[in-house]
Design a binder for this molecule. Structure first.
Ligand SMILES: Cc1cc2nc3c(=O)[nH]c(=O)nc-3n(C[C@H](O)[C@H](O)[C@H](O)COP(=O)(O)OP(=O)(O)OC[C@H]3O[C@@H](n4cnc5c(N)ncnc54)[C@H](O)[C@@H]3O)c2cc1C
Length: 341
């Protein structure tokens, strides 16, 4: 088999690999990108509920968690969210801002994949799918590679880029190959843990709120000194929704999280004035004006002894309502499946 020569070979045709291919090829080098999957960008396809939250207009280096905060600074110094938005606009992809600066496609995340494929084709990158890495060695100021599968080949390349992604969702092609390669070439690897994932709870806590699985409401969710104000979703296994996905990146085993509904509203005053107007109105009904009805009923129920005539209780009502009675609860773990937005 003759040896093919490339300037850059990229392993993994996900978001990172495709962007890398476009930029490497636009500098004039011969670029090959390979992936074991039958289609590129599979995680992009399911991102943002199928509409891909492709960037945030408020992105800054402060939004990235890293042992080396300067990495995000220098990366964003060279390529910003505005550059990506300009690319999306160049391809005529319709988009909208959902909340808090998050930009989503109007139609489909597939538009983003098509855009990246189009840019790769323009830059003359070669893409080989259903192809895996069989061997990788240093050779003559570069790398000697053997590929197996549909794109089987023996290759020499000056640069070899590992863009094989994180470990979440193995069913979609995720593997730990990148970590193994780093280990083999003596590169330090930090401990990995899931981020931007739902939180799961033990049966003792779950039993308390399984009846409201499926209910979503805005909440203030905190862990340590970090707080997010976004939507929260009760699920059959625990909690999800944007506020929980965000806080999951900060949560450490055995730490409690705090949840407050209506954190900026004087609920005490609302309940008191409702009671003044109609002394027989239940707390659940009053809360039902402010929160989803099932959640209102659940919270009212969880407040021990707060029946319709418990006027005493309204005096000690906390300004922000908290579930789980004590106001905090300790998740038992993370759902290790990757982010869901
Ligand atoms: C449900 C869900 C929703 C998400 N929503 C959003 C969102 O709205 N906005 C956002 O910014 N992010 C979102 N994300 C995160 C985002 O999708 C990922 O961060 C991003 O796609 C990761 O890109 P990547 O290129 O690093 O890795 P990947 O997309 O995982 O790409 C890695 C590629 O390498 C290939 N590969 C792995 N091992 C091998 C091997 N041994 N040989 C050959 N090929 C291999 C895989 O097949 C894969 O194609 C979401 C993720 C999920 C799971």
């Amino acid at each position: 088999m003759p040896i093919e020569r490339f300037d850059t070979v990229i392993l993994g045709a996900g978001a990172a690999g495709m962007m890398c291919a476009i930029h490497a090829a636009s500098r004039g080098g011969r670029v090959l990108i390979v992936d074991q999957a039958k289609a590129p960008g599979e995680k992009i396809r399911i991102s943002g509920g199928g509409r891909c939250n492709f960037t945030n207009i408020g992105t800054s280096a402060r939004n990235f968690l890293s042992n080396n905060p300067h990495f995000a600074k220098s990366a964003l110094g060279r390529y910003t969210q505005h550059d990506f938005v300009a690319l999306v606009e160049k391809h005529g992809i319709a988009y909208h801002e959902k909340t808090l600066g998050q930009l989503f496609c109007d139609d489909s995340a597939k538009d983003i994949i098509a855009m990246l494929m189009d840019e790769m084709a323009r830059a003359a990158c070669e893409l080989r799918l259903r192809t895996t890495l069989e061997s990788l060695e240093r050779a003559d100021d570069g790398f000697a590679i053997t590929l197996a599968g549909d794109g089987a080949a023996k290759i020499w390349c000056r640069h070899f880029v590992v863009a094989s992604g994180g470990k979440s969702i193995p069913k979609m092609g995720a593997s730990s190959l990148g970590y193994q390669i780093a280990g083999r070439f003596g590169l330090a690897v930090t401990e990995t843990r899931p981020a931007l994932v739902p939180l799961t709870f033990g049966e003792d806590v779950l039993a308390g709120f399984r009846e409201i699985a499926g209910v979503a409401a805005d909440a203030r969710v905190s862990c340590g000194k970090t707080t997010f104000d976004e939507a929260l979703l009760f699920t059959h296994r625990g909690l999800s929704g944007p506020a929980i996905l965000q806080i999951s990146s900060y949560w450490r085993e055995k730490e409690p999280i705090r949840i407050a509904f209506l954190p900026t509203q004087d609920v005490f005053a609302d309940v008191r004035s409702s009671r003044q107007e109609n002394g027989r109105r239940s707390i659940a009904n009053t809360l039902g004006d402010l929160l989803p009805k099932r959640l209102a009923a659940y919270l009212a129920d969880a407040m021990v002894g707060w029946g319709p005539s418990a006027t005493q209780a309204t005096r000690s009502w906390p300004r922000s309502l908290r579930p789980f009675r004590a106001g905090t609860s300790c998740p038992s773990g993370r759902k290790d499946t990757g982010p869901r937005r």
